[in-house]
Write a protein that binds this ligand. Structure first.
Ligand code: G3H
Ligand code: 13P
Ligand code: ZN
Length: 341
């Protein structure tokens, strides 16, 4: 069932579980995610970056997501813009039927971030769409914005973490619905050069200065070593890849109350490892179904593993009940168009 992330976060906030937000770029990735969520009876956020919009063409992605909603009515699904950078892009996503958007002004000066996030929030709220914004800076590559490399980021990490007092001011002045925080995570497959360590004390402090505001962790792939080994074994070249250990993500969600956890890299690794394996073990294979189907299966297993880590398996019915009890308020788009769910 298509919905906003609001009932998901309302329950996750102090429910000891987190919502997995998975990046979608094509049919196989989306099918893998939704199949895992249906099998685990878990809610999910399907998120689309600007890059995904231009790669796949939004009209195609929307139809694939509509098919998920029709095929799996029992799965709570939110369609979310990942790392939106302009108010125009937010408007396009509102027009495309997104139920949630992110505006990411974290690489701008503070006042500029406030102004951009507030403008996007005012627009989205006027259309019944919820908003995530970001404060603080992550490492790694983020859309067109190239962050610092892992070594440099780790060395200076304190200066990039989200400031709890600033977070309070930011949330009050922008009116956002959730906040992506920098607590030591990075985008991509090379997150740490030494010991992986998250600043959980920051999460605790931000929860105190911003009570009731759902927090989001980007850059939360774990880069499981077995997938890196498979990729490297079958012709890849990803030495020293390292992610956030799964027990730290589990703790962020279960103990510290983080509501949304973004995962993209681990899906890419699963798909790539499987396709490489098929090509390496059967060089004569040229039927795309013969390598995309195992790739899709690898996504299903990876997402099931994540839902378990996030403790969101089995929470679908509860989320739907909350959504229905709250009156199922959909964005304005669904009042004027044929609704897909
Ligand atoms: O945070 C970025 C996501 O992993 C999306 O990546 O911009 O390459 O689609 P992308
Ligand atoms: P990863 O690169 O760790 O998967 O993070 C994805 C993300 O934050 C998408 O917004
Ligand atoms: Zn991100």
């Amino acid at each position: 069932m298509l919905m906003s992330s609001k009932p998901m976060f309302d329950l996750a906030y102090d429910g000891g579980f987190g919502i997995g937000a998975f990046n979608v770029n094509n049919m196989e990735i989306t099918q893998g995610i939704i199949e895992a969520c249906a099998a685990e009876k878990s809610p999910c956020i399907l998120q689309i970056s600007k890059g995904a919009r231009s790669y796949a063409n939004m009209r195609f992605l929307r139809k694939i997501i509509e098919a998920c909603v029709e095929e799996y009515p029992e799965v709570p699904i939110c369609i979310h813009l990942d790392h939106g950078d302009t108010v125009d892009l937010v408007q396009q996503c509102i027009d495309d039927g997104f139920t949630s958007v992110m505006i990411d002004g974290s690489h701008h000066e503070y006042e500029e971030n406030v102004a951009l996030s507030k403008a996007a929030t005012d627009l989205a709220h006027a259309n019944g769409v919820v908003v995530e914004a970001e404060l603080g800076m992550l490492g790694g590559i983020e859309e067109d914005v190239v962050g610092l490399d892992a070594a440099e980021y780790e060395k200076n990490v304190e200066q990039f973490l989200t400031d709890p007092e600033q977070a309070k001011d930011f949330a009050e002045r922008t009116g956002i619905d959730s906040l992506a925080v920098a607590i030591g995570t990075s985008h991509g497959a090379f997150k740490f050069t030494s010991e992986a360590k998250l600043a959980f004390n920051r999460v605790e402090e931000i929860m105190k200065t911003c009570p009731g505001l759902p927090l989001v962790m980007h850059g939360s792939s774990s880069v499981p070593q077995e997938f890196i080994d498979l990729i490297n074994k079958y012709g890849g070249n990803m030495p020293n890849a390292k992610g956030v250990p799964e027990d730290q993500i589990a703790m962020a969600v279960r103990k510290y109350g983080v509501c949304k956890v973004n995962i993209d890299t681990d899906l890419r690794l699963a798909l790539t490892a499987k396709i490489r394996e098929v090509f390496a073990t059967n060089p004569a294979e040229f039927d795309p179904r013969k390598y995309l189907a195992p790739g899709r299966e690898a996504i299903v297993s990876m997402v099931k593993r994540k839902l378990d880590m996030l403790n969101s398996a089995g929470k679908a019915d509860e989320v739907i009940a909350k959504w229905e009890a709250d009156g199922k308020t959909m964005p304005a788009y669904y009042n004027k168009s044929a609704c897909c769910g």
